[in-house]
Write a protein of this length. Structure first.
Length: 123
């Protein structure tokens, strides 16, 4: 069962605020949104993901994927082959994040120069 989207006024409500905070804490780490964005193109093997996410360590990618799998956003499929093959893909729930993640990424690219300029003026 999904909850209706809260209005801006409801975000000040204790329960809504807690839900939003927990979700932002979970998704707002350094790597999660990048992994979701890359998986939006379709299933990926671990090594392909590691190559695509510049600067992520093997351990951090493993932890990020496990958290996303636990949250129901990513599905891990292991194939009984030699050598073993494991693929990761977004679940139906994970695919609902493609629009918001893409919009946020587009916003970041579009406004990067303005943000850097503002930081320089401030500093």
């Amino acid at each position: 069962m999904t909850r209706p989207a809260p209005s801006h006024a409801q975000l000040g409500d204790g329960e809504h605020c807690r839900v939003v905070r927990l979700t932002f804490d979970r998704l707002g780490d350094k790597w999660t949104l990048l992994v979701i964005a890359i998986l939006s193109a379709g299933p990926q093997r671990f090594t392909a993901l590691k190559t695509a996410v510049d600067g992520i360590s093997q351990r951090m990618l493993t932890l990020t994927l496990r958290k996303l799998e636990r949250d129901g956003l990513v599905r891990r499929t292991a194939y009984a082959e030699i050598p073993p093959r494991v693929e990761y893909e977004l679940t139906d729930l994970g695919r609902t994040m493609i629009g918001p993640v893409t919009a946020l990424a587009d916003w970041a690219v579009e406004h990067h120069d303005e943000i850097v300029s503002s930081q320089r003026r401030y500093d």
